[in-house]
Design a protein around this ligand. Sequence first.
Ligand code: PMP
Length: 376
Amino acid sequence: MSHRIYFDHASSTQIHPEVLDAYVEVLKTYFANSASLYDEGRKVTELLSKSRASIAKLLGVQTNEIIYTSGASESNSSAIKGVCLANKEKKHIITTCVEHSSVMAVCEQMHRIFDYDITYLPVNYNGVVELEEVKKALREDTAIVSIMAVNNEVGAINPIEEIGEYIKKNSHAYFHVDMTQSIGKIDINLKNIDLASFSAHKIHGLKGSGILIKKAHVPYEPLIAGGEQEMGLRGGTTNAPTHMMLAKTLRLALENRQSNNDACRILQEYTVNKLLEIPGIEINHPKNNIPQLVNFSYEKIPSEVMQNALNAKGFMVSARSTCESATLNTSYVLKAMGYSDLRSSSCIRMSFSKENTKEEIDAFIAAIKETIEHYG
Ligand code: PMP
């Protein structure tokens, strides 16, 4: 296979060359433990603090509200469990039925082990959570509401600011937002959000590096206790060189947001038009989604078969969330949007960066046609 084509940027992304160059330098120079008291350790702490301050400024929060984590899964787990542990008298969690497994599985644990009552909000046929549903679900004993900003399978955009404003005005529940798929794509005002999660490797940064934003007023127990790292909120030797790259990664993602979005919107429209020329192909993503993502089904070919055939032809795509790929053969997100079993088990997710080209899409469309001829 000479030329492989990558259409799976919602799963992970190539490291930005500027991030990679800086990382190599930092790895060589700043290996000391940031908790050490000698000059080299202090220098690492100083650089980490600088990075933390830049991230806080870029996001419009305070520096002590930024906690470095290993990625969005850890941030999601920490947010939900950390708030619940610190607010033990409240036994109700609200989330949605289309969250990433790192939120779903935590809610399931909280129910199974600690008897929490979980409300899974429905989505409409556009994959969007409606404010009315949040209003109906909020209770006196709701500890936390956890809602993703952008869905990772279909790119649906939730009305996060509107929901945040309502929660703040009408309840004492804390509001957590999984921003993993929205960061660097859409702008969200964090004013009414208490906690938020994202990951560097989705925005051309490094794996093993993420952020949990936890506002100063939120009572919280660390998921990983021990050690005074991260202001006592996340124990363990800090992955300093990796986290030092986060400020640059985030700055580049935010600076390039508009140009990325514009380039991806052109690719998205081009792809949808080409796909719709093929009889039997149906588009699953809603019209108002992020420009990076296309989700479609060809019902006669199950996702795995299509995915493998495309892989053999040199194309990297997903069916559902990569974290679900091995366990489920039907998309619970598409099911929640009201699609049939057949359509939900034959979906393919393409996700772009601005490096993708129309030529790559033409080649992809030809590969889909060949696959349909062969299997369909
Ligand atoms: N939330 C969402 C919406 C995601 O798409 C992902 C990655 N698939 C995660 C959380 C988990 O991110 P990480 O790989 O950094 O743990």
